[in-house]
Design a protein around this ligand. Sequence first.
Ligand code: NAP
Length: 319
Amino acid sequence: MPTAFITGVTGQDGSFLAEQLIARGWRVVGLVRRSSSGSLWRLKGIIGKIDLVDGDLLDLGSMVDAIAECRPDHVYNLAAQSFVATSWRQPLLTGEITALGAARVFEAVRLAWPTARVYQAGSSEMFGSSEQSSQNERTPFYPRSPYGVAKVYAHHLAVNYRESHGMYVVAGILFNHESERRGSEFVTRKIAIAVAEIKAGRQDTLLLGNIDVRRDWGFAGDYTEAMFAMLQADTPRDYVVATGKSWSVRDFAERAFAVANLEMSDHTQHDPSLLRPADIQSLCGDASCAQKDLGWTPTVSFDQLVERMVEAELAKDSA
Ligand code: NAP
């Protein structure tokens, strides 16, 4: 039975990827860092079908041991300090986990099981203030946050492990992808939760920062399929994964309130404290290489994504 090792398995993408791999008949080993409160809620559908091992991206020895023990065919490095706003408040920790953590994963694979195929979770945040209206694999990086900078380091290192050590390492450049499992600090989930709270009469107002920023938003479950497809390809190469359409935070919020028959303007206020030291005005990806080489296309539209996320929050009240 083929084996996949996933760092960040307790996160949004890790949980979708683990489910999809198990459904394909793979053995999945997930790395879980020690926490006093636990963070396994996203894995509740597959507990018992997945092997969990202790380890931390800050601790090289734990990574080497975990990979040596499970001898994976695929390694997915999804673990990161993944929230841009936190990266401004904790830039060093973000670098330790998101940049050097990736280096520890590549080193652990090189030392313990170099035949594994490795996926590195790169981000559209690496493009930052790109001058191009649509970004593809040849677009220069111009990160605008400590998170984006850390991801650029990890991206270039992935390319270097491939070219210098002859390892099968690919870096996905994934644009924003969301779901009902997104962390509640991210704006899309924050909006979906607030809509349900306001509908239930437990909250009056949703505070939002810059609602004119535009992002290319897709469904997380589609994007984890692209990760698998990248590691199945004969030749390792890096791919942009995106829908090719960009929408503003305002677009998301208007649709989210409409799902609950509410008016966004009645329930939202601007909060300048939520503005970031530097923002990226617009991101929109060109995934034509992934479509051509991997046959990958998104299956969930923007409207369907918003509806899915809000319906999931509303359903918690009727459950
Ligand atoms: P997420 O929900 O924030 O999950 C992050 C995961 O990393 C969690 O499982 C977390 O574990 C783990 N982690 C954090 N620090 C760790 C450490 N020191 N050692 C071991 N594990 C650690 O992120 P996501 O949305 O699933 O995204 C997956 C990856 O794709 C991330 O690298 C993210 O930066 C990248 N990415 C995401 C998007 C997006 O739109 N979602 C777009 C582009 C790239 P705990 O549960 O213990 O916190």
